[in-house]
Design a protein around this ligand. Structure first.
Ligand code: HEM
Length: 448
């Protein structure tokens, strides 16, 4: 247990910012606005004290580093009553200590950059599969289209399973699961019951996942080829003591964590390009100069030449980080940045607020990809920009997500023009990820 006489109690957000937050809430009806106002009026560290919901919220590099690295041993993942823990059971995202490290060692391998690059052709091909249904001049919701694409990619490139024939049947169950783990009544009431439709959704997904595990086990048992290092499911089956139940937990974890985030990222990039058409034109010129009219997938070197695309992706992740907040649970009394955090406190480090903090970013709400131009980068301290978290529990899929985003966007920009139709309605929604709601309506015109 950490104790010191000099530690201070956490500042209570409502006591210091009550009226301003209330006004902001009435104006924007957004919890993100409320959090931003608390940070503005209280400071980078504060506690919210609603009945049954009393999280300590941390913003900025010092607190992020302490939560993610130096003090991580005093923090566990969330409460067992959170729906995401109930759903993912022993998934690598929600377990702690030696159990976490065991799964992580197995699962890190397929997501190392060198094992992600061979999937570039699959990322390219799935993009073509989804856009093959688009008609010239029609309007599409990019939130929906990017979700289809992210699901095909994750299951195809990572599980080596073609989900396309099952997508229509699994679509609603997947959305139900995402709703189940999104912020809801359970935050205030740990005993909130699961909806019947959500229970049914879990059964449907489980039946599908157990089936692909059994089928692959049988196929691998009769084969004597070298294991493919890109294949997550084969790696899980080959690892000692991984039962079907444990493999189901890892697959469901990756299915949710690996597609919902990429969906949000791709949809936010397209939204921002719709709002900033000059950047869209510049990006298309860059893609044309590197790829021309080539139909075959780009090489890793070609993707590396797309420097403006890289900056746009990074700036999008800064403004709209799909995982906007990280959740932990203090397992004993601790001190973070001089504040006393009692055992049992829900601890949240805010990626969104760290990415928009005036103390570290110039004009933080402006879309400015040049911040990330090589050689001219804004020099923010480490742990100020952390779209993929940090420390030993950073994102397993960071390399996968970045190569995926570059490949998909390069192909989309090479083949299509996009016009945003509902920009004035779009706002960030706190679901399981930070999503552009009500969706990103874009008129599509074929370029080639
Ligand atoms: C744009 C895409 C993505 C973003 C922004 C993102 C963001 C993050 C963040 C911020 C964390 C740390 C959360 C925390 O500290 O509480 C995380 C963890 C994780 N991510 Fe991602 N992620 C993305 C894509 C992916 C993909 C593609 C996969 C799988 C293929 C994935 C799987 C995971 C897993 C399993 C963890 C938990 C790691 C652990 O606890 O050891 N993510 N991600």
């Amino acid at each position: 247990m950490q104790t010191t006489d000099s530690s201070r109690p956490l500042p209570i957000a409502e006591a210091r910012s009550g009226l301003q937050v209330l006004r902001g809430l009435l104006r924007d009806r957004s919890l993100l606005t409320a959090l931003a106002l608390m940070r503005e009026h209280v400071g980078p560290i504060f506690q919210i004290t609603m009945p049954r919901f009393r999280p300590a919220v941390f913003v900025g590099p010092d607190a992020n580093r302490q939560v993610l690295v130096t003090q991580r041993d005093l923090l566990s993942w969330r409460n067992a009553s959170d729906p995401v823990v109930k759903l993912l059971r022993h998934g690598v995202l929600v377990v702690n200590g030696a159990e976490h490290d065991r799964y992580r060692r197995i699962m890190d391998v397929p997501y190392q950059r060198r094992n992600v690059l061979p999937s570039i052709p699959a990322f390219w091909r799935y993009t073509d599969d989804v856009t093959a249904t688009w008609r010239d001049g029609e309007t599409q919701d990019m939130l929906v289209e990017m979700r289809k694409l992210a699901l095909l990619i994750l299951m195809g490139a990572s599980f080596h399973v073609d989900v396309a024939p099952h997508l229509a049947r699994l679509w609603q169950p997947i959305l139900q699961l995402i709703e189940y783990i999104s912020p809801g009544l359970w935050i205030l009431w740990a005993g909130a019951p699961i909806k019947a439709s959500q229970r049914q959704a879990i059964e449907t997904l489980d039946a599908y996942l157990y089936d692909i595990i059994r089928t692959r086990r049988a196929a691998l048992a009769t084969r004597e080829t070298e294991p493919d290092p890109t294949d997550l499911l084969a790696a899980l089956i080959a690892a000692p003591d991984m039962t079907d139940d444990l493999i189901r937990d890892q697959l469901l974890t990756m299915l949710i964590a690996g597609h919902d985030t990429s969906t949000a990222l791709l949809a936010w990039v397209l939204y921002l390009l719709g709002v900033h058409p000059a950047t869209l034109t510049e990006l298309q010129a860059e893609v044309d100069s590197v790829l021309g009219a080539q139909d075959e997938p780009p090489t890793a070197d070609q993707l590396n030449e797309l420097t403006l695309l890289d900056q746009v992706i990074k700036e999008t992740l800064r403004l709209y980080p799909p995982i906007h907040i990280g959740n932990r649970h203090a397992t004993e009394d601790m001190i973070v940045c001089g504040y006393h955090v009692p055992e049992g406190t829900r601890v949240m480090y805010s990626i969104y607020l760290s990415h928009r903090d005036k103390e570290y970013w110039e004009d933080p709400d402006a879309f400015c990809p040049a911040r990330f131009a090589r050689g001219a980068e804004e020099k923010t301290p480490p742990f100020t920009y952390l779209p993929f978290g940090g420390g030993p529990r950073n994102c397993i899929g960071a390399a996968f997500a970045q190569v995926e985003a570059r490949t998909v966007l390069a192909r989309l920009l090479q083949c299509f023009d996009f016009e945003l139709l509902n920009g004035d309605q779009i706002h960030p929604h706190m679901g399981a990820t930070l999503e552009p709601r009500p969706g990103v309506s874009m008129r599509i015109k074929r370029r080639k």
